[in-house]
Design a protein around this ligand. Sequence first.
Ligand SMILES: [Zn+2]
Length: 151
Amino acid sequence: MAAARRFDLSHPHALAVYCSDGRFTDAVEELLHGLGHARLDTLTIPGGPALLDLTSSGTGALDTTRAAASFLVRGHGLRHVTLLAHEGCGYYRERYRLESPEAMLRRQLADLRGAARWITNTHPSIEVALYFARIEAGVVVFDAVTLAATR
Ligand SMILES: [Zn+2]
């Protein structure tokens, strides 16, 4: 079997960091294409951007994920990083079993912002965008998340 599209030697300029949960993969790619990123580097791991912030990550996973993100940013000359968290994330449910849905959302948004701070501090030239994916009327809806906590 051969892929339909010709291989493009140049690296994409955008990286998406999101959870491995395949129920969201197509929607995430659709969002990023809509944002003008026709091609993407991806960093997917259970919990996604949670692994870039110490609050909800172990130090080993934190180091590994940060090293992977920095490798892509530097090695591939990236200009945009999009960090995405999602509703009902199994990584968070397992880590914070007794958390209410409201507290979990606050925690995920705080982690998302923490991950964004790390990116912008470590790679100042990178433009960062944050999204929270939730299910509404049977489809995935993405809410843009501001870098500063305003809600
Ligand atoms: Zn998840």
